[in-house]
Design a protein around this ligand. Structure first.
Ligand code: GAR
Length: 195
């Protein structure tokens, strides 16, 4: 199994979906580290309960010094022997340092059908724009925020009476399917092309 890290900042429901997938004997990944940049991320407790190695490297005390924080994160990833990094609700914009260190080996899940609605408040913006389809994307992380090559997408309908909250819940269900499935395909393709 390929050792992966999951980076979170909050609830960690996508992390939980990945934990469940990794628990299957035939799944190609195992979780070497769950890392949070916030001590109050509720997902960290979920990871601990699952018996996984966890680490908190707080970004707040370092303020604007993004590089100092990322150097600590990178050291933790290397120490854990991680092959691929999965951002799962990791609410930090990365600098070219960390992006470069994990080029082609860092995935992110984003709650929209990219390239539509990069950034925040995607569900609200999709409703306001009158979209009839919305969804989520798993992509490789590059220097441009939410811009990397798309690895997988899942769609949901937008109903006329949808609230951002209701739409978010519908998309989130798809995220929990899409992320484990896309990661598995990514790892298998990588292994094939490395042969
Ligand atoms: C998810 O909807 C994820 O797509 C989104 O944050 C949520 C995290 O939920 N990510 C972003 O907006 C990235 N910019 P989770 O902590 O329960 O997985």
């Amino acid at each position: 199994k390929h050792p992966i890290a999951i980076l979170i900042s909050g609830r960690g429901s996508n992390m939980r979906a990945l934990i469940e997938a990794c628990a299957r004997p035939d799944y190609p990944a195992r979780i070497a580290l769950v890392l949070s940049n916030r001590a109050d991320a509720t997902g960290i407790e979920v990871a601990r309960q699952a018996g996984l190695p966890t680490k908190i490297i707080e970004s707040k005390p370092l303020g604007r010094n993004r590089l100092a924080h990322e150097e600590q994160v990178n050291a933790a990833l290397e120490e854990a022997g991680v092959e691929v990094v999965c951002l799962a609700g990791y609410m930090r914009v990365l600098t070219p340092f960390l992006v470069g260190a994990w080029k082609g080996r860092m995935l992110n899940i984003h709650p929209s059908l990219l390239p539509a609605f990069p950034g925040l408040d995607t569900h609200e913006r999709a409703i306001e724009a009158g979209m009839t389809r919305h969804g989520c994307t798993v992509h490789l992380v590059t220097d441009g925020v939410d811009e990397g090559p798309i690895l997988g997408q899942a769609e949901v309908p937008v109903h006329p009476d949808d609230t951002p909250h209701g739409l978010a819940a519908r998309v989130l269900e798809e995220e929990h399917r899409l992320y484990p499935a896309t990661l598995a395909t990514f790892l298998l393709n990588r292994a094939i092309s490395a042969r």
